[in-house]
Design a protein around this ligand. Sequence first.
Ligand code: ADP
Length: 493
Amino acid sequence: MTLSTIGSDQRSVLRTLAGRVTGNFIDGRWTPSSSPDTITVLDPSTGREIGTVPASSAADIDAAVAAARTAQPGWAALTPAARSKFLLDIATLTEELLEEISIIEAVDAGKPITAVRDEELPGVIDAMRFFAGAARTLPAPSSGDYLEGVSSIMRREPVGVAAGITPWNYPLLQAVAKVFPALATGNTYVLKPAETTPYSTAWLAEIVARVLPDGVFNVVFGTGAVAGDALARHPKVDVVSFTGSIETGRKVGIAAADGVKKAIMELGGNSPVIVFGDADLESALDAIAIGGLYNTGQECMSASRVIVHASLLDAFVDGLKARCSREKLGDVLDPTTTIGPLNSAQQRDRVLAKIEARTSGARVVAGGENCEGDGFFFPPTIVVGVADDEELVQEEIFGPVFTVQTFETEEQAIALANGTRYGLASSVFTSNVGTATRVQNALNFGTVWVNNHLVFAADLPVSGFGASGIGTENAEAGLLEYTRLKHVMVDNR
Ligand code: ADP
């Protein structure tokens, strides 16, 4: 594929921002790193360099945590209404600058501009507003006289300094999902974005600095092994929120446990999609195609693992192939592009390796090979006849890849769906409400969609069951992760 030169003017927005990133964002300003090492950030559509960010040291993490600690008491002392107003102002600024941040996120992460500007970022702005408002109505057990002679008062307090380690698939969305509930409830924050996608977080740091007091939100760039690890185990950090792979999550969890601090984990999935014989096939196919190809399948809830009733196999595969062939891969700033590149050469290699490791019975009926040319493009891919125990089924793929398995009975479908270590998301397509109700009940997943897939709102909880995570993001439950409940008992005699 030959890439057009579309968007060279628009790309200058990102180049300008990259030029301003001269260090980490600590205590309200760009601060030089104590480490001479840097990370080179590439444009995944072209493979060309965008800029460099510091490969920060543990000393840089120390400085950021110290700034967050200093700012925390003052931030926590504000009323919920005052904090909410600050956060709403950030949402308004983000909305005003939607075009700019859309270009930055689209180019840096490799996302089609239309998807970022029209779907993802409006959702991010809504999440900012959701958390800003929700923190004004925090629930707690009611205060009262539970024992004779004493009165009990319940207080929901911030935990203190929160730290976040974000992945590269939804850099700004993930940052907001972690930072906003924490700030709304009176915590201050240190965030380390992923190596390949630092710039929307850098942009957020500058926007936040126009609104919030210094030190409330700090950003440190760097590798997971050095900066991420130092942040997760830092003794002055009170809660860590991580989104990424199970293997890295385990390391972050161990580092957090070392300091006896809370860790919230969102660790990926390989979502089963059960299509019963009585499903409305056309609308199921539409939802599954979007659910599996959105963000080039780099989505931990992607509709990747289709389990279809044997009677529908041929019609389903034909319909999915037709939908895949309609997609347009290309430069992310071309408004007609529907699928962008994978985020990095490494990610493309990982996806290809999983497909190449398939068993002899598995047939690739669409895609399956790297696209030629610049950038890290990979086509929509369908693999039919996969065995239940193979890597493509058992492990997260994180690319535009569907596997298709068949079933005869409801019990078989449920067993296949529940048959991996993941438990993040799933979906069921059927026209029978009884089937839908029984099956959702039997599925071990934090999210079950019925006749739909990959539909979100900040109001709704995301919880990983099994190896997919610990704790909840979004919704009231996500907000409460950043609070601690204090019981005050007063002798009233
Ligand atoms: P990937 O391998 O695709 O980069 P990861 O789950 O390893 O996915 O990365 C998600 C985030 O975790 C990134 O910000 C990365 O820098 C960070 N990370 C990687 N290793 C560690 C670690 N040992 N400790 C803390 N954070 C880490």
